[in-house]
Design a protein around this ligand. Structure first.
Ligand SMILES: *Cc1c(COP(=O)(O)O)cnc(C)c1O
Length: 462
């Protein structure tokens, strides 16, 4: 399997190189040069298998040549061993034809663990084989950083530095980053906001001398290996509900288009997914794009579902590439217009393609809170605000096929919003009940490239 860039100018790469590279050198995103397909019999055979076995069968064609079957099995088993539900991604029934896919039983209580835990294992295995070491540096507004730290803590060939805005992440999020004791973990509180953390991260990647010196690598949401890991739970959910004999619709709370793009890949592989419904909060650039055929950046309005507070939806470029018949030059021009002029119009044919696969909706802050309260009363399920955005939008799109709404985080990760909506403060799962008692360790840094580079050089294990 080879991977090609959406902008058509970077060299094609194998799986491991794609995972290690992240962003393509022409500024594009890597996608499979052809999406592998599964037959209806192969899909039918997945029903009832353990999550790990489904993961091996779905991911094999993507990693073939880079990881042996035995290695993939071992790494997948290690990746999901720390999840506290035997199904890994259990389904709960919310209504006659509406199901919730709980993706928050991993170590940091958000769906990002599904991808991050696996790429931690895959990267470590690839590095152990080559004898190389890398330094992962990431910027986070909360969930990605903790998922990365959990995934890379203690791995021998990796140091991980996570930049977060000092004083601007929730206490649960901060403690998840500052309490791991392993000496390859470095939580860095930067005196600045999230955009400034992102900007310094970009500066580090653009300093090629530094980049080579420390073996800089990234794990942000455009990393294709993350997206591919997320394809698996679409297969477990749909086969549990009758696929391939029955079509299943999916609603996905999304901002960066990563999680829903994984659903699109599952569909392209042959899984009978009907509608893929994009659910946004008040930062609704994706909903507006699909509704109007024009993508135009607005201002980020902070919401109670902060992990979807974005105005640049990086993974959207991947589906746009298909919508334009895989024409890299057009994608490069559209993305230039987005950054130079703040927007672009989607061509008629490409817009038709998008509407053929995707529906969309948005939830206001009031609608999100009301959905948390209403769902608790009707079903006993306590939703996090992101999942509530999904349930609100899904309810407007229920049809004949079973609807699966992805629940992206545990309610205890966003206790203030949940308490405000219901009067109930969701407790942390027992395995992390002592989070507030564990000692914290972090390094404070100025919002300054040179200071951060010195910190990375001094703290990484040589
Ligand atoms: C990251 C995140 C999302 C959005 O994920 P996308 O990559 O934008 O699809 C939604 N909910 C939670 C809880 C998250 O952490």
């Amino acid at each position: 399997m080879r991977y090609i860039s959406t902008r058509g100018q970077a060299p094609s790469l194998g799986f491991t190189e794609t995972m290690m590279t992240g962003l393509a050198r022409d500024g594009g995103l890597y996608v499979p040069d052809a999406i592998p397909t599964m037959t209806a019999d192969e899909i039918a055979a997945l029903a009832g298998l353990p999550y790990e076995e489904v993961a091996v069968r779905v991911l094999t064609p993507f990693v073939a040549g880079d990881f042996s079957d035995a290695d993939l099995r071992r790494l997948v088993a290690a990746a999901y061993a720390g999840f506290d539900h035997p199904a890994r991604a259990p389904l709960k029934q919310l209504g006659p034809n509406h199901f919730l896919l709980e993706l928050f039983h991993g170590p940091t209580l958000a769906f990002k663990d599904f991808a991050m835990q696996l790429i931690g294992q895959l990267m470590q295995a690839a590095l152990a084989a080559s004898g190389e070491r890398i330094t992962i540096v990431g910027a986070t507004s909360g969930d990605t950083g903790s998922a990365a730290i959990e995934a890379f803590r203690g791995l021998p060939n990796v140091d991980v530095f996570i930049l977060f805005p000092h004083g601007r992440v929730s206490e649960v999020q901060r403690r998840q980053m500052t309490t791991p004791a392993e000496d390859n973990v470095h939580a860095v509180a930067v005196d600045g906001d999230f955009d400034e953390c992102q900007a310094r991260l970009k500066d580090m990647f653009n300093d090629h001398v530094f980049r080579d010196e420390v073996g800089l690598a990234g794990v942000n949401s455009i990393n294709l290996a993350r997206v591919l890991a997320q394809v698996v739970y679409y297969f477990t959910a749909a086969t549990a509900l009758g696929a391939p004999h029955r079509t299943v619709d999916c609603t996905v709370p999304t901002g960066n288009f990563g999680d829903i793009f994984a659903g699109y890949v599952a569909k392209a592989m042959g899984l009978p997914v009907g509608r893929l419904v994009v659910a946004t909060n008040q930062n609704d650039i994706l909903h507006r794009t699909l509704a109007t055929g024009e993508q135009r950046k607005g201002r980020v309005e902070p919401s109670i579902s902060p992990s979807m507070d974005i105005q640049v939806s990086s993974n959207f470029e991947r589906v746009l590439f298909d919508a334009y018949g895989r024409d890299g030059a057009t994608i490069a021009a559209q993305m230039k217009a987005l950054s130079d002029e703040g927007g672009f119009a989607v061509g008629q044919g490409a817009w038709e393609f998008l509407k053929e696969h995707f529906d969309s909706g948005r939830a206001s802050e009031d609608e999100t809170r009301a959905t948390i309260a209403r769902t608790l009363a009707a079903t006993g399920e306590l939703l996090c605000p992101h999942s509530a955005v999904g349930v609100h939008v899904a309810e407007a799109h229920l049809g004949d096929a079973p609807m699966v709404t992805l629940a992206t985080a545990h309610p205890a990760k966003f206790p203030d919003a949940v308490e405000q909506a219901t009067g109930i403060r969701p407790p942390l799962p027992t395995r992390m009940a002592d989070l507030y008692d564990r000692p914290e360790r972090m390094t404070r840094s100025a919002n300054d490239l040179a200071a951060l580079q010195t910190l990375v050089r001094e703290k990484r294990r040589a």
